[in-house]
Design a protein around this ligand. Sequence first.
Ligand code: ZN
Length: 315
Amino acid sequence: MNKPVVGVDLGGTNIKLGLISPDGEVLERNSTETRAERGPEAVAGRICDAVLGLLARAGLDRRAVAGVGIGSPGTIDLQAGVVTFSPNLPGWHDVPLRRLVEEGTELGCVLDNDANAAALAESWVGAGRGKSSLILLTLGTGIGGGIVLDGRIWHGGNGVAGEIGHMSIDPDGPECGCGNRGCLEAFASATGMVRRMKEAIEKGEKTSLADQAETLTARRIHEAAEAGDQAARRTVQMTGRYLGIGVSNLMHILNPEVIAFSGGMTGAGRMLMDPLLEEADWRTMEAPRRDVKICFAELPEDAGIIGAARCLMLA
Ligand SMILES: [Zn+2]
């Protein structure tokens, strides 16, 4: 394929677009508000307008591009090109987004999950460049993820593989948003870290955050830890240890070449990564650990649009 592709990263707040070259370079960008409250058809219309606007800005006819790749939050019926359900897009049930965008732009279109698309981008031109397998964990309110094997997204039996945040790591752990107990996400997401810091405050641990229990954020905990707050520091480090347990499980099961982390919590840097590596190292057998690169993602801004475009290139 020697034509560029439009990559669309549909988010709950903004729609980001890029014109992506066949070798993964971002040639042109565009973005617009999602306005999800107006409903799926209106959002699809906004995507189409933004795609056509992007082509106009680049001075390209629609025949000059190979098509449109879309990464959407939520669960996707890949064959049908339908967003079956998306917690980030209220009211979205069984939305035929691929058809709506194909009709509105007269371009061929593919649809995949946004976390899968981001993992594919990292594997292609980011932290996994030159390798064929990568697992991406996105650390935010929850823990999302995507698995790339042999250069392609691993979708699983019915398209929902990559729910890395919901691996159980403690049989009696806290309740998770999925209804299970003790998921990785319940411990090591931003929400999980805030909950553990609140518990430390309730136990009476000495901390500068004692009077902020109701307004805590992951960033605030990290800042306090940087400023020398020992309870906050232990909380961040313990988050790294939980992630290390998850990473060890992934290495044993899939033996990937790269495991990368993205999302707001990666701002904690070495304070998070050092205990993560220590935990992963001692828990993992020598062979699956030996050549694995465990690192932060390299495309924090563009992974969504590049990966969505790549989905179309591989379709
Ligand atoms: Zn869960």
